[in-house]
Ligand binder design. Structure first.
Ligand SMILES: Cc1ncc(C[n+]2csc(CCOP(=O)(O)OP(=O)(O)O)c2C)c(N)n1
Ligand SMILES: [Mg+2]
Length: 339
């Protein structure tokens, strides 16, 4: 059966629900992180939500995504839930990987979120492997693998892209380019002209955007999916965004009230307040909210979605705090080898 395309208002409402849930969840993290009960480093997604929400809305629920340590937004865009998300943040048995993983090792295979990892570039090869398996099985599943611009500087990226192009795999490479690896700018790291220049020399479909409008990313992903279907070549989406917070942790570089954490990663003044202000005007959440109002959605409806998301986040945090830790006797369960 051909997919019936939802109308513009419906698409934007669904995207707003997702993007607002992601933002609410991260605001929840920000609110409670100082209590020190979430024993996991946080690589926050604020700023990248349009990318994950847009791509995942275009995928089917059976399609598979692979992420990296900055994947709160990806998790919520694909799994549409925050109960086991917060269970995981608190290291509890109710977490999506039963409290073993934390923020950098989320997974939810039933929802198609296969793995994320703390090692730069490390999920790209498994994603290509999964896509190869899907092709052999002819099960129609698409893989989307998300990674930062820093991942392009790793050898495994080239091998994986090469193999995917050679084997004509049904996979979308989603490069989330914030032009930073921690506090090192792209021009200080890259011995090549640009990421598009590299990728265009491979035999794949190439799409790029700087948009923070999730609907635009959704439409571009549909285009990528059509191209994969038509010419059987993988797609590469090069998508720019601004990382709103510091590399790790819950404050921005420009928070006047929150002092920079001692032993923080970033150099002073590695990016400008002007750039921050410019991107902030294009905050993915603001973009969607303004669009909904222009499309005739009432302020009450928008506030109702925001309230529902807020309450769901607060309830999920409460349940996570009350939930049990994994049992000590199960410490060595779910690992490859035991002594
Ligand atoms: C193989 C490897 N090298 C170095 C690191 C240390 N490291 C952690 S995050 C990071 C920056 C990666 O930047 P990017 O891929 O652009 O992702 P972003 O944090 O900007 O989202 C580095 C170098 C690592 N985790 N893994
Ligand atoms: Mg980066």
């Amino acid at each position: 059966m051909p997919k019936i395309k939802p109308n513009k208002k419906e698409i934007n409402l669904n995207l707003f629900k997702t993007v607002d849930l992601i933002r609410s969840a991260e605001k929840g993290i920000t609110k409670y992180y100082h209590e020190d009960d979430m024993k996991t480093p946080m690589h926050m997604s604020m700023g990248e939500e349009a990318i994950t929400a847009g791509v995942c809305h275009a995928l089917n629920s059976k399609d598979q995504v692979f992420g990296y340590y900055r994947s709160h937004a990806l998790y919520i865009s694909k799994a549409h839930e925050v109960r086991s998300f917060f269970g995981e943040m608190y290291g509890k048995e109710t977490g999506c990987v039963r409290g073993r993983g934390g923020s950098m090792h989320l997974a939810n295979p039933n929802a198609g979120l296969m793995m994320i990892s703390a090692i730069v570039s490390s999920t790209i090869a498994p994603a290509v492997g999964a896509s190869f398996a899907n092709k052999v099985k002819r099960n129609g599943k698409i893989v989307a693998v998300f990674f930062g611009d820093g991942a392009v500087e790793e050898g495994v990226f080239f091998e994986s892209l090469n193999f995917a192009c050679l084997m004509k795999l049904p996979i979308i490479f989603v490069c989330q380019d914030n032009e930073l690896a921690v506090d090192v700018l792209a021009k200080e790291r890259q011995g090549f002209k640009s990421i598009p220049d590299i990728v265009k020399s491979f035999d794949c479909n190439f799409i790029s955007s700087q948009s923070t409008d999730a609907e635009e990313i959704y439409e571009l992903t549909n285009k990528a999916l059509d191209l994969i279907k038509k010419n059987k070549k993988p797609a590469f989406m090069h998508l720019k965004y601004y990382r709103m917070l510091q590399h790790i942790g819950v404050i921005s570089d420009f928070d006047k009230d929150s002092p920079r954490p001692k032993g923080g990663f970033e150099r002073e003044n590695y990016r400008s307040k002007k750039e921050y202000d410019e991107w902030f005007k294009k905050d993915p959440l603001k973009v969607l909210k303004n669009k909904l109002l222009k499309l005739g959605v009432s302020e009450e409806k928008v506030s109702q979605i925001e309230k529902e998301n807020y309450l769901e986040v607060e309830e999920s945090i409460k349940l996570a705090k009350e939930a049990p830790f994994p049992k000590k006797s199960e410490l060595f369960d779910y690992i490859y080898a035991k002594e």
